[in-house]
Design a protein around this ligand. Structure first.
Ligand SMILES: Nc1nc2c(ncn2[C@@H]2O[C@H](COP(=O)(O)OP(=O)(O)OP(=O)(O)O)[C@@H](O)[C@H]2O)c(=O)[nH]1
Ligand SMILES: [Mg+2]
Length: 196
């Protein structure tokens, strides 16, 4: 029996560096930013969940369930992850942000192979230089641990995942795949790179 993998695309932040514009819906080369991410991830998973805290009706138009943070206090990416973990029956949940439009097309198979091989609880992607703290493949059963962490007032993803048996999956062969669009200037640069 093959393993079931679902994904959550995190689009629940405030996008302050994007002037507060809902980052997943900001247009990048004539498409909402999240559509680029959806196209990268869809062939790799069974079900996509979109995690958004505003414009939920517009997000629903992409055809996937939209879930909003259980805790509405903008606690950071962990708030979206923990909500998604309660909304999946999958063996593993892939977590990606809405502002990485060029993610690897072999993201899931490589992270899954490594996590299964080493019997770890989660995998985090690395571009070869640094870990990508919101590109994770994790077991939804880690929800209790994440809840305890949040209840203790902790917020940092990087701190939470170091408490678990984890592997770091190296994607230095495609480091540009993790380009992150946080500002209008970064958006212009990525738009140019895509158009080339
Ligand atoms: N669900 C949820 N996701 C969040 C929250 N804060 C950030 N994220 C998501 O986490 C990912 C990485 O965060 P950032 O790139 O810093 O996004 P952001 O917080 O919206 O942007 P800035 O305000 O400019 O830092 C993005 O996909 C965000 O949508 C939150 O409070 N809830
Ligand atoms: Mg970002």
């Amino acid at each position: 029996m093959s393993l079931q993998i679902d994904a959550v695309i995190l689009a629940g932040g405030m996008a302050r560096r994007m002037g507060g514009n809902d980052k997943g819906l900001v247009e990048l080369n004539s498409q909402p930013m999240i559509k680029h991410t959806i196209d990268r991830i869809k062939p790799q998973v069974k079900q996509i969940l979109i995690n958004a805290n505003r414009n939920q009706t517009r997000y629903a138009e992409f055809g996937f369930p939209v879930i909003s943070d259980e805790d509405t206090g903008y606690l950071g990416p962990l708030a979206g992850m923990i909500t998604a973990m309660a909304n999946t029956q999958a063996d593993y949940l892939l977590v990606v942000p809405c502002d990485c439009p060029l993610l690897p097309s072999d993201l899931v198979p490589r992270m899954l192979a490594q996590v299964e091989h080493q019997g770890a609880d989660l995998a985090v992607a690395s571009d070869g230089k640094r870990e990508q703290p919101v590109v994770l493949l994790l077991k939804p059963s880690l929800r209790d641990s994440m809840k305890a962490f949040l209840d203790a007032g902790e917020r940092k993803v990087e701190l939470w995942y170091t408490k678990h048996d984890r592997v770091v999956t190296d994607f230095s062969d495609q480091a540009n795949a993790f380009v992150n669009v946080n500002t209008p200037e970064q958006k212009q640069q990525v738009a140019k790179a895509i158009a080339k």
